[in-house]
Design a protein around this ligand. Structure first.
Ligand code: NI
Ligand code: MN
Length: 236
């Protein structure tokens, strides 16, 4: 199935995706790899990393951020509060930003957009304020745009994200309990006028009960293609 000239996306399970661009740059959204039970063992050892985006501070989105940053020294993009915390762990090359802004890393544009969720940093038995949870619109050098919604409920301003950025590919949580369920995700597809959607954040734990089949059923009236990737599977 064609994604776009030269861009490959690999689903590493849960909310973690690895993009590889035509010029060989590797972009990871939500660094939960080594500790991610949904990530196939053979995919846990990344071949390299140029850019890492963090939607929010929960362990199932950034537990491996520090280790991966130390190993590969990628550019890191996250909110201000997480950037201070990463800095305290010795992580360099961090671009701190907030919602509405666009960071340019080489020929990749990263726009931080809204998400409705929490974002505490868990350190031992403490919860440190981690700023607000976010989503990202990533524009690759060839103009291809991906919207990763992060962890969120559906919200009416997803329509704005659709109108402003016209994402070619949308990554939406469907697991329920901590995020949208398939009913809300189907409406998100409607608001975004999505063409291609990859469901995420389901099945990792028994509590995350939403399924791609349910999303397909609830989007039958729309023009959207629901692409259910298994962890370890790629689209190129
Ligand atoms: Ni979360
Ligand atoms: Mn999560």
């Amino acid at each position: 199935m064609a994604l776009s000239a030269g861009i490959t996306v690999k689903y590493l399970g849960h909310a973690t995706f690895l993009f590889t661009t035509a010029d060989g740059k590797r972009v990871l959204i939500d660094p939960w790899v080594e500790h991610n039970p949904a990530c196939p063992v053979q995919d846990r050892n990344l071949p390299g990393l140029d850019l890492m985006l963090i939607t929010h501070a929960h362990p199932d989105h950034m537990q491996d951020a520090v280790a991966l940053a130390r190993r590969f020294q990628p550019d890191v993009v996250c909110n201000f509060e997480i950037s201070i915390w990463l800095g305290s762990k010795g992580v360099g090359k961090v671009t701190s930003m907030n919602k509405g802004g666009t960071a340019r890393i080489g020929n990749i544009g990263v726009t931080m957009v809204n998400a409705f969720h929490s974002s505490g940093i868990i350190e031992g038995d403490r919860v440190i304020y981690g700023g607000e949870a976010a989503g990202y619109v990533v524009e690759f050098g060839n103009g291809y745009r991906v919207y990763h919604a992060g962890d969120t409920c559906v919200f009416g301003d997803m329509r704005l994200i659709g109108e402003l950025y016209r994402p070619d590919l949308v990554l939406l949580p469907i697991g329920d309990l901590f995020t949208m369920d398939p009913l809300q995700a189907a409406h998100a597809c409607r608001l975004l006028d999505a063409r291609k959607v990859i469901p995420m954040h389901y099945g990792t734990f028994p509590l995350l009960t939403g399924t791609p089949e349910k999303l397909k059923e609830l989007t039958r009236d729309l023009q959207v293609e629901v692409i259910a990737l298994r962890p370890g599977e790629s689209l190129s």
